[in-house]
Design a protein around this ligand. Structure first.
Ligand code: UFG
Length: 345
């Protein structure tokens, strides 16, 4: 298994996880702790959950805009590297509220970069997205595929990539890696962490909530796309594989590095295929209905993730969607109220 082998030689670091109470951030904190790193978390808890933060991590309820507070935390904990997960990440919402997306995702990251510069922290692992490619000109998507987002969410992350390139050009010490996630799915295999969004709009959790009878039918957003079954195709990656890639990327960073990697399994599943997989995993006849297209959805997205495999020795261990759904199903069945700290939708 390339991930574990490559993880063997990693040195211990002081890592600040921004957005470490969120879905992906909380899984990353757990992975970092398990690999022996000292972890500090900041999260404004607007979408995150305090209970999701690993007990070994030091926690601060701070927002991205609070530059002086970020500087203090970076200094107090002698941070070596920042992992930045704090973002609004709903494509549909970004179309309706673009300013919120540019404010939080773009301006918020600029605030973080200012804090890092002031505190003398030069290493950043940034959560980017396949949404920066928009409707790709060729498939599978490689890192050099032209980037042309089709929604404000994608643009807000694209802007950060641009800012990072410019900052790195001006500061030879700065090192960053932008990881372009495809569709992150699943939950911690030990059942300790899960996915608890409010509102929940993602396909797999929506199907599982419907399977539990906690919501009505899930709409298939469009059946007239130019795909074999007419529904959108996405590349789903298990959250634990994604987190291992972050650790490898962090360890690889050298002063002056500007790295970009796709994170996916390199295989696309249509919405209908995911629905069928969810029915098999849960053994439940999940209610679905056909609905209109959702604005901002590209028809087909799947990755060529061979660059990170070649350069860092990473490859996803979970290579099909069923085991991803199974870990999520395990979480949703045991936590029907999620973390139980917010009003149900
Ligand atoms: N879908 C449905 N019905 C639903 C929810 C989703 O048919 O109720 C479809 C969507 O149209 C899409 C697929 O299922 O084709 C996956 O949708 P998700 O909402 O689960 O995920 P997205 O592809 O919209 O978004 C994900 C990440 C974003 C990232 C984006 C890139 O959540 O952060 O991929 O396109 F930017």
């Amino acid at each position: 298994m390339p991930c574990l082998k490559a993880l063997g030689g990693i040195r211990q670091m002081n890592v600040l996880v921004v957005g470490g109470a969120g879905y992906i951030g909380s899984h990353a904190v757990k992975t970092l702790v398990e690999h022996g790193h000292r972890v500090t978390v900041v999260d404004n808890l607007v979408r995150g959950h305090r209970q999701a933060v690993h007990p070994a991590a030091t926690f601060y309820a701070i927002g991205l805009a609070d530059t002086p507070d970020l500087v203090r935390v970076l200094r107090d904990h002698a941070i070596d590297c920042v992992m930045h997960f704090a973002a609004l990440a709903y494509v549909g919402e970004s179309v309706k509220e673009p300013l919120a997306y540019y404010d939080n995702n773009t301006a918020g990251t600029i605030s973080l970069l200012k804090a890092m510069r002031e505190a003398g922290v030069h290493r950043l692992v940034f959560s980017s997205t396949c949404a920066t490619y928009g409707e790709p000109t060729s498939l599978p998507i490689v890192e050099t595929t032209p980037q042309a987002p089709v929604n404000p969410y994608g643009w807000s992350k694209w802007c950060v990539e641009r800012v990072l390139r410019d900052c790195a050009a001006a500061d030879p010490e700065l090192a960053f890696v932008a990881l372009r996630y495809f569709n992150v799915a699943g939950c911690a295999s030990d059942g300790s962490l899960g996915e608890d969004h409010d509102p929940e709009t993602h396909l797999i959790p929506s199907l599982l909530l419907a399977a539990l009878g906690r919501r009505g039918p899930v709409a298939i957003f469009g059946t007239d796309y130019p795909t074999p079954d007419g529904t959108c195709i996405r590349d789903y990656i298990h959250v634990e594989d994604l987190c291992e890639a972050h650790i490898l990327a962090m360890d690889a960073l050298q002063p002056g590095d500007t790295r970009f990697y796709n994170l996916g399994i390199g295989r696309g599943y249509s919405v209908r295929e995911v629905i069928e997989a969810a029915k098999v995993v849960t053994g439940v006849s999940i209610p679905v209905e056909i609905g209109p297209r959702r604005p901002g959805d590209p028809p087909v997205l799947y990755a060529d993730a061979s660059k990170i495999q070649r350069e860092l020795g990473w490859a996803a261990r979970t290579r099909t969607v069923e085991p991803m759904i199974a870990t999520a199903w395990n979480w949703f069945r045991s936590h029907p109220e999620g973390y139980g700290d917010k009003e149900p939708v």
